[in-house]
Design a protein around this ligand. Structure first.
Ligand SMILES: [Fe+2]
Length: 164
């Protein structure tokens, strides 16, 4: 349900933001596939390896690898014991999936402060600032503050894109 709700949020973003729709929707559905192996910070990297191993495009594996918060910087990577690499969402598809995930708590659509405040409460100030910056960057592309999304699609959206 979480992944489907992330998909519904991403789909709303796609109504205004030009991006590869198939890649964004596949990324939304598969972003947490690594949780089948590890529920910690490794799940994004493991998920990208699973996607790679199945022969799916590298772009999809990168969406999965870079979906934690608004990405991880080099200090985060060291702290978390992740292998070195680029964990920052850079393509618009990577940004949409990462941030749609930030706008979903379990299966409820929330405002971005919900996730940013959670990070600040944990002392992850750089990550929280990155999340705010990503929020405003995508809000600009969307043409409105993305925090309106729960008002548009509801806090528990109907998943019309999966029923098509
Ligand atoms: Fe995740």
């Amino acid at each position: 349900m979480h992944c489907c709700t992330v998909g519904a949020v991403a789909e709303e973003m796609l109504s205004m933001i030009k991006a590869d729709r198939q890649m964004v929707m596949a990324g939304s559905l598969l972003h947490d596939i690594g949780r089948s192996v590890d529920n910690g910070m490794m799940h994004a990297l493991i998920g990208s390896q699973i996607i790679n191993g199945m022969g799916y495009p590298e772009e999809l594996a990168d969406i999965v690898k870079k979906h934690i918060g608004a990405g991880l910087d080099d200090d985060d990577i060291k702290e978390m014991g992740l292998p070195p690499g680029d964990y920052i969402p850079r393509t618009v598809e990577e940004k949409i999936v990462a941030h749609a995930d930030n706008l979903v708590s379990d299966n409820r659509v929330v405002g971005h402060s919900h996730s940013a405040d959670k990070l600040r409460n944990k002392g992850a100030f750089r990550g929280a600032d990155r999340m705010d910056a990503l929020h405003w960057e995508l809000s600009k592309l969307y043409g409105m503050d993305l925090d309106v999304i729960p008002d548009i699609i509801g806090e528990y959206p109907k998943l019309r894109w999966i029923e098509d």
